[in-house]
Ligand binder design. Structure first.
Ligand code: CAA
Ligand code: NAD
Length: 301
């Protein structure tokens, strides 16, 4: 926690009020870091039950953070958690809450048509100055932005999971994104205490994502020949990875991983690294989506 709530940096910034759409793994994390750094946040999802769960997850994550930062001052830690939670409100009606927002961060399902439908609706009701961004892992920002009439105020912010821990954010400048928007997104990323890297030259193949998708799908196809446990242990103990590739797939979510890999396969069907994985498809069909559902490649308590 390097920044104080409602810091002067946020008071003077172009982006003070943030609407995060999607209260899953990524949206909850993005809402959390924005609230911790003094932004006023509205978190949107499709039902009150999902939003209750999002709030519970944010609180759980904040408690992990304050356990260390306020180790000798537990009361101050509790007060901090409460203050952060006070910066977050929730809604199931995106169209009504975007009317007061400076930035909309979309973190819903990795599906182009669903994202376009959302942005097309919001474009008609959001104020002219509002910037739209997608946290997409694999879809070209320009394709999502094409559903709106604000190409100059549309970009990408690609956060990494878990958002409260991962410092990197890819800031994506699509062909239509204005320099003013791009600069505001860089400033916002820094205000969150994150490290931005600019991906405007490689917007169709964010370097990290491509590497990850290749690596992950390559490993996944290996599972027919070796054990996932051995591959995970080898990568952790032999290559210094914090998580093995199968653990990471479970952590990212197998549904999201499948969307990403299927998208790459559609674009490059001849590339063996993106070939469909029968095992991944089977797990997703069974609703075993990884850590978030309690089972994926591994089982979780
Ligand atoms: N919120 C707050 N704190 C957290 C946290 C969270 N969600 N997750 C971990 N922490 C902190 C806590 O302080 C925790 O200590 P406590 O258990 O005492 O609370 C500490 O980190 C260590 O955590 P763990 O003991 O659970 O495990 P770890 O040492 O392996 O660290 C990790 C966890 C940081 C997630 C680490 O395993 C890691 O870096 N894994 C790789 C993550 C990665 O590669 N992410 C990118 C995914 S790909 C992507 O995001 C892009 C895409 O488009 C798909
Ligand atoms: P998730 O499945 O955990 O959460 C998605 C949430 O969006 C769900 O709560 C769902 O109810 C909600 N939602 C779906 N449609 C909606 C709509 N029309 N309006 C409001 N809410 C809606 O997914 P996630 O892992 O948080 O991924 C979200 C986005 O972030 C995807 O585009 C994904 O590619 C990207 N991303 C994911 C990761 C990761 O590691 N999981 C990392 C970086 C980027």
């Amino acid at each position: 926690i390097t920044r104080t709530l409602c810091s002067s940096a946020v008071r003077n910034a172009a982006i003070k009020h943030v609407t995060v759409i999607g209260g899953g793994l990524m949206g909850s994390g993005i809402a959390q870091v924005a609230a911790v750094t003094g932004h006023s946040v509205v978190l949107v999802d499709t039902s009150e039950d999902i939003l209750k769960n999002s709030a519970k997850n944010i609180q759980g994550s904040l408690k992990r953070v304050v356990k260390k930062k306020f180790a000798d001052k537990p009361e101050a830690g509790e007060e901090f958690v409460q203050k952060v939670m006070n910066n977050i409100s929730t809604s199931t009606d995106a169209a009504s809450v975007v009317q007061k927002t400076d930035l909309v961060v979309e973190a819903i399902v990795e599906n182009l048509k669903v994202k376009q439908a959302l942005f097309s609706t919001l474009d008609k009701v959001a104020p002219a100055h509002t910037i739209f961004v997608s946290n997409t892992s694999s879809l070209p920002i320009a394709d999502i932005a094409s559903s709106t009439a604000r190409l100059d105020r549309f970009g990408g912010l690609h956060f990494f999971n878990p958002v409260p821990m991962m410092k990197l954010v890819e800031v994506i400048k699509a062909a239509g994104t204005s320099q003013q928007t791009f600069d505001a997104l860089l400033d916002f990323t820094k205000a969150l205490g994150k490290h931005p890297v600019s991906s405007h030259l490689i917007q169709h193949c964010f370097s990290l994502r491509t590497l990850q998708a290749s690596l992950l799908s390559g490993f996944m196809n290996e599972v027919c020949h070796g054990s996932k446990e051995d591959i995970d242990v080898a990568m952790k103990l032999g290559a210094g990875y914090p998580m093995g590739p199968f653990e990471l797939l479970d952590y990212v979510g197998l549904d999201t991983s499948k969307f990403i890999i299927d998208g790459w396969y559609e674009k490059e069907p001849e590339n063996p690294l993106f070939a469909p994985s029968p095992l991944l498809n089977k797990l997703v069909a069974e609703g075993k989506l990884g850590k978030k559902t309690g089972e994926g490649f591994y089982k979780y308590k």
